[in-house]
Design a protein around this ligand. Structure first.
Ligand SMILES: [Zn+2]
Ligand SMILES: [Zn+2]
Length: 267
C-alpha cells in the first residue's frame, strides 16, 4: 500500500480530467494516500517566454492550492497532500525558495527537465540527442540531479534517471554517476522518487533503475512513490511493479508527508 504523490492536473496544460476524477480513481484502487504535485509556474522565465502547455501561470496557482485543500475537506476517507513539482534551475534558487514559502505544501518534488535550457525530456526536442555526446549528456544531467539535492529546496528528487526516457542509454550503466547521486541524496536527506511513468515511455522501465535504487538503499536514502499521472486512469498505475522493485532493492518502507515532515509507512 503506497501513496501516489506525483499527480498533475489539467491546469498545467498537458493533463486531462477533473481533480475529483483523480481522487475517485485513488479510492477505487484503495490507495492509502495521494498528493497533487502540479508543475510550478515557470518562475525562471520572463512571462512572454512561458509555455501555457507546460505549466500554469502564477495567477492560477492560488486556485490550484485551494482546490486541493477543498478536496481534502470533502474526502476524509483518503489523505490528500498538497505538493508541487519544481524545476531545479541553477541560479534561480532564491526565486524557487520564495515561491515554495508562499503556500502550505506537504512536500516539494524537485525535478530536472532541462540541461542548459534544452528540454531533454520533451518529445519534440529529441533531435538534440544525436548532436551531443551521450556520455556528456549523462554527466551534465547527474550533476544537475546532485545540485537539485544539494540546493536544500526539495523533499523528493523526481524520476532520478529521467535522462533514459527515450531509450538513449549508456552501456555499461553509469554506476559511478548513480553512486554520486545516491550519496548526494543521503547527505542532503532528500527522498528518491520511485516513479512508474518510465514504464509508459520508450525507456520501458521505472525511474530509477534497479541498480540505481539499490545504491540509494545502501546509502540509506528514503523513498517516495508516484505515478506521474497526467489523467485520472493513471493514478497508482503499475504500483505492484513499483512495490516489487522496491522489495528487490531491499526497501520495506515508503514515506508519507505532512507539512514537510515525514512518517514512515510499511510497504
Ligand atoms: Zn507534466
Ligand atoms: Zn517531471
Amino acid at each position: 500500500m503506497m501513496p501516489d504523490y506525483h499527480m498533475h492536473t489539467s491546469l498545467c496544460g498537458h493533463a486531462s480530467g477533473e481533480m475529483t476524477g483523480y481522487v475517485e480513481e485513488a479510492l477505487k484502487k484503495g490507495l492509502p494516500e495521494i498528493g497533487f504535485s502540479d508543475h510550478v509556474p515557470m518562475y525562471w522565465l520572463a512571462a512572454h517566454l512561458r509555455d501555457a502547455g507546460l505549466a500554469m501561470d502564477e495567477t492560477s496557482f492560488p486556485g490550484y492550492v485551494s482546490r486541493v485543500l477543498q478536496l481534502r475537506e470533502t474526502n476524509p476517507s483518503i489523505g490528500i497532500g498538497l505538493g508541487v513539482e519544481v524545476d531545479y534551475i541553477p541560479g534561480w534558487e532564491k526565486e524557487a525558495a520564495k515561491f515554495i514559502s508562499e503556500y502550505p505544501f506537504d512536500y516539494i518534488i524537485g525535478s530536472v527537465h532541462y540541461i542548459d535550457g534544452w528540454g531533454f525530456d520533451n518529445p519534440g526536442l529529441t533531435d538534440e540527442y544525436s548532436r551531443r555526446d551521450l556520455g556528456e549528456i549523462y554527466r551534465q544531467y547527474f550533476d544537475l540531479i546532485c545540485g537539485s539535492a544539494k540546493s536544500g529546496l526539495f523533499d523528493v528528487i523526481a524520476h532520478p534517471d529521467l535522462v533514459k526516457k527515450f531509450g538513449y542509454r549508456l552501456s555499461p550503466a553509469p554506476l559511478e554517476l548513480y553512486r554520486q547521486a545516491a550519496r548526494a541524496f543521503a547527505q542532503t536527506g532528500v527522498c528518491v522518487e520511485v516513479n512508474t511513468s518510465g514504464l509508459r515511455v520508450p525507456a520501458g522501465e521505472i525511474y530509477p533503475s534497479l541498480e540505481f535504487l539499490r545504491l540509494c538503499r545502501s546509502e540509506g536514502v528514503p523513498v517516495s512513490t508516484g505515478s506521474d499521472a497526467h489523467c485520472p486512469d493513471l493514478v497508482g498505475a503499475n504500483f505492484n511493479e513499483a512495490a516489487a522493485l522496491l522489495r528487490e532493492a531491499g526497501y520495506r518502507e515508503v514515506t508519507l508527508f505532512r507539512e514537510r515532515k515525514r512518517i514512515k509507512a510499511r510497504i
